[in-house]
Design a protein. Structure first.
Length: 94
């Protein structure tokens, strides 16, 4: 995701390893600037940018756990497969 990539470029080099692992650190000024920049570029709020990052992370975790690509999870093909599977299961047809 664009936000995560740009955020990494700026990075917070003053953050301790413990803070990085625990996630208890404050956002750096660079993070605020990155999310604001992307929000303005796409005409959305900074919160929407953060929410999109959270959603993308969740999709990536699911994809990793089930062994498919994130693109397939988000595709119409995957949706149609789930619908077909549900219909098959409900009707008992093969």
């Amino acid at each position: 995701m664009k936000y995560k990539e740009e955020k990494k470029e700026h990075g917070n080099t003053n953050q301790s390893i413990k803070e990085q692992v625990s996630g208890n650190s404050c956002h750096s000024l660079d993070d605020k600037k990155t999310e604001q920049k992307i929000a303005e570029q796409y005409n959305v709020s900074p919160k929407t940018v953060r929410n999109a990052e959270t959603f993308a992370d969740a999709v990536n975790k699911v994809a990793e756990n089930v062994g498919v690509s994130p693109q397939k999870i988000l595709s119409k093909e995957a949706l149609l497969e789930r619908i077909e599977h549900s219909l098959t299961k409900a009707t008992g047809c093969i």
